[in-house]
Design a protein around this ligand. Structure first.
Ligand code: ZN
Ligand code: ZN
Ligand code: ZN
Length: 275
């Protein structure tokens, strides 16, 4: 399996869209891995995780093969993860020679958010989108393109059923876990004894412990300890942190220095990892 991180920032990006704080100023000056766009990842060039407003940039900058993507998994409806207005441009007149249907999997809130763009884009664009929405619920696995995908409950916005995903194929497995704090009990129960080869974790808060909506490094360490206890990890399991907020205060290299002793890889925009 392969994962390509396209965006590794929290909602406002890093530097933040309108921010004048010190770490945003430093990130702007230093550039490189300190420039982080809104969260998105691509698995095996086939499964797209979330659809933020920076999806277009990821197509331009990282070669994200949008016309070829057939599966889109949505974690929740926060706009840094689901910006369906741009999906309307899949329709004829805006995109030519499009074949196949884009299968979208997400919760009820993301379905409502998709319906809400109707007054903005109009019925014609909605009908022409060539996308099919599949409403999914936690702990009900489904198959897509030869992958077994299981949505799990996240600990995030309490107003909706936020999801994280367990993705399995050919004996390999990936847990894609943002946005979330330390998992709810039902998710721990589901994961018990299931082998994970890569754990991709929310580290929004970096040096600040949080755990109830997002995580920081200390929460990530606790999460990994509990995954070990639950028999989910093994000696070759890889741990990656992502979805960083400037409020966490650490530029890429500083974050890497603190993450390395914990056994975590620090994601950056464009990072690709095979496992
Ligand atoms: Zn987010
Ligand atoms: Zn800032
Ligand atoms: Zn969120």
């Amino acid at each position: 399996m392969k994962i390509q991180y396209l965006g590794t920032a929290a909602a406002e990006g890093w530097p933040g869209l309108f921010c004048r704080c010190e770490v945003c100023r430093c990130a702007r000056e230093a550039g490189g891995k300190n420039i982080r766009t809104r969260s998105q990842a691509l698995i095996d060039d086939a499964i797209l995780m979330d659809f933020p407003p920076d999806t277009y940039l990821h197509m331009l900058r990282d070669g994200l093969p949008l016309p070829e993507i057939r599966t889109l998994l949505l974690t929740h409806s926060h706009q840094d993860h689901w910006y369906p207005e741009d999906l309307a441009f899949r329709g004829e007149g805006f995109s030519h020679d499009i074949d196949g249907i884009l299968e979208i999997y997400g919760n009820d809130a993301c379905a409502k958010r998709l319906e809400a763009i109707l007054p903005i884009v109009g019925q014609g664009m909605m009908d022409a989108m060539r996308a099919h929405y599949n409403e999914v619920t936690a702990f009900s696995p489904f198959e897509t393109q030869g992958y077994r995908v299981t949505p799990l409950k996240a600990l995030h916005n309490r107003a909706e059923n936020c999801l994280i995903y367990l993705i399995e194929k050919d004996g390999k497995s990936l847990l894609y876990a943002n946005d979330t704090g330390l998992f709810p009990q039902e998710t721990w129960e589901y994961l018990r004894g299931r082998k994970l080869d890569l754990v991709s974790m929310d580290c929004t808060m970096q040096q600040i412990p949080e755990g109830t909506n997002h995580m920081g490094l200390a929460d990530n360490a606790e999460l990994c300890r509990r995954l070990g206890e639950a028999g989910c990890t093994h000696e070759s399991t890889k741990y990656v942190i992502t979805h960083f907020s400037h409020n966490g205060g650490l530029l890429h290299e500083e974050l890497e220095e603190r993450a390395r002793p914990l056994g975590f890889l620090t994601a950056y925009d464009g990072m690709t990892l095979s496992f």
